[in-house]
Design a protein around this ligand. Structure first.
Ligand SMILES: [Zn+2]
Length: 420
């Protein structure tokens, strides 16, 4: 029996060592995208549940906490859709997330309303609009805004979108794909985005129920842990990733956010495991999981205003967001601003043949690295390219996330962090 066991260990150890990273990553991504976490947003405390789960992963990986709780709390306002969300056009039910989205700044609305279709050919002029408003024409209407071929700055269409004429709601048409966002404000009317082929000028009415709730001072939290450097403990490297996503749209639909950003979280946890179990780092590495990124990079904004150690002690920030593909290489935001560090990263990649290409970008306020950059701290935001087109939609699921270059990306990041 014992002999057999030894043989098994010899045979399986190299295999296990090779696939360990990806297996751990897959478990994390699968877990974070389950309905229990509800898209890691405000509704049903999805984001908080994810924070609790990740705090335990930090503990399991033997990371230390600056304050015993691993949490740094902050508050923000957020518009949510926690209850009923249903839409039918002429009695034909549409599927939320697939056929339409409730726009993030929509208010609550319920009932049956007539549809009025305005395009560049039939849109009334100002005088006619005035007349219609005095007749209270729009009170029981939903305006469909068909702005195909209309100039972006067209005043009338801008007024239609702002619904200054007082309709019960407006419908924006989507030609390409439905891409969801979050909003910190809301309107007193309904706003939908409907795929163009799901509604036509022949349609007469819309029946809908949108349950909306504006959460004031909603509590979020960053999850922060670290592993102490063995040579330069007072020198800090930050690895960051946001763990929140877009949450729910009604009871039935949530945004799983496998690529955005369960993948970055999984990468971070792999790095944390590596630096606590395999190779202690020379400098102290701080792992920062930010909340409320999708609302407007709020967790990192709060952190930079309330740092847990002096910001001047940070050597570098490596922000990870969208790490689930890599078929077409990766992009580095801030590469043009920090060319020396980029040269190091690029040479390591070329030397070991990890990713097909690493592309460069300048500054961009598109993820959590941004506030650190604004404080003059060298930082990169690395995201992988190619593979899937799912982004900020219900299709961003674990099952179809290719993780093509996940392991190579891990090795590249490890090599780079070791060089800093
Ligand atoms: Zn993201």
């Amino acid at each position: 029996m014992i002999k057999k066991g030894i043989i098994l260990i010899i045979v399986f150890t190299p295999f296990f060592a090779k696939t360990q990273n990806i297996d751990y990553a897959k478990t994390i991504i699968d877990t974070l995208t389950t309905p229990y976490f509800g898209g890691r947003g405000a509704v049903d405390l999805g984001e908080k549940k994810a924070a609790d789960f990740l705090k335990n992963e930090f503990k399991r990986n033997h990371l230390k906490s600056f304050n015993d709780t691993f949490f740094q709390s902050f508050r923000y306002n957020i518009n949510t859709f926690p209850g009923k969300v249903s839409v039918s056009i002429d009695g034909q039910k549409l599927t939320a997330g697939v056929d339409y989205l409730v726009e993030p700044h929509s208010g609550a609305v319920g009932g049956t309303f007539q549809l009025v279709w305005y395009n560049k050919k039939n849109v009334p002029n100002k005088k006619e609009f005035k007349k219609l408003v005095t007749l209270n024409f729009f009170a029981d209407k939903f305006i469909v805004i068909d702005d195909e071929g209309v100039d972006k700055n067209d005043e009338t269409f801008q007024l239609l979108k702002l619904n200054v004429f007082g309709a019960a709601g407006v419908i924006n048409l989507e030609n390409k794909k439905l891409t969801h966002h979050l909003s910190q404000t809301y309107n007193d009317f309904g706003v939908l985005r409907v795929l163009r082929d799901k509604i036509s000028r022949k349609n007469r009415s819309i029946t809908l129920e949108i349950d909306q709730k504006f959460e004031r001072n909603f509590r979020s939290q960053n999850v922060i842990g670290y592993v102490k450097g063995v040579e330069h403990p007072d020198s800090f490297i930050v690895v960051s990733a946001h763990y929140d996503h877009l949450g729910r749209m009604g009871k039935d639909v949530y945004f799983p956010g496998a690529n955005d950003n369960a993948s970055g979280v999984a990468m971070m946890l792999n790095l944390a495991y590596h630096y606590t179990h395999k190779e202690l780092p020379k400098k102290t590495i701080v792992f920062m999981l930010f909340g409320a990124e999708e609302v407007g990079i709020l967790g990192s904004k709060h952190y930079v205003k309330n740092p847990l150690f002096p910001l001047e002690q940070i050597n570098f920030v490596m922000n990870l967001d969208l790490l689930g593909t890599g078929d077409d290489g990766a992009m580095v935001v801030n590469a043009a601003i920090f060319p020396e560090q980029f040269k190091v990263l690029d040479s390591l990649n070329t030397y070991s043949n990890y990713l097909p290409i690493i592309k460069k970008r300048g500054k961009a306020a598109n993820s959590d690295h941004y506030w650190f950059t604004e404080k003059g701290i060298p930082s990169f935001f690395l995201y992988t390219l190619g593979g899937i087109s799912a982004y900020h939609d219900v299709e961003d699921v674990a099952k179809t996330l290719p993780l093509t270059k996940f392991e190579d990306c891990f090795r590249l990041l490890r090599d780079f962090l070791d060089e800093l």
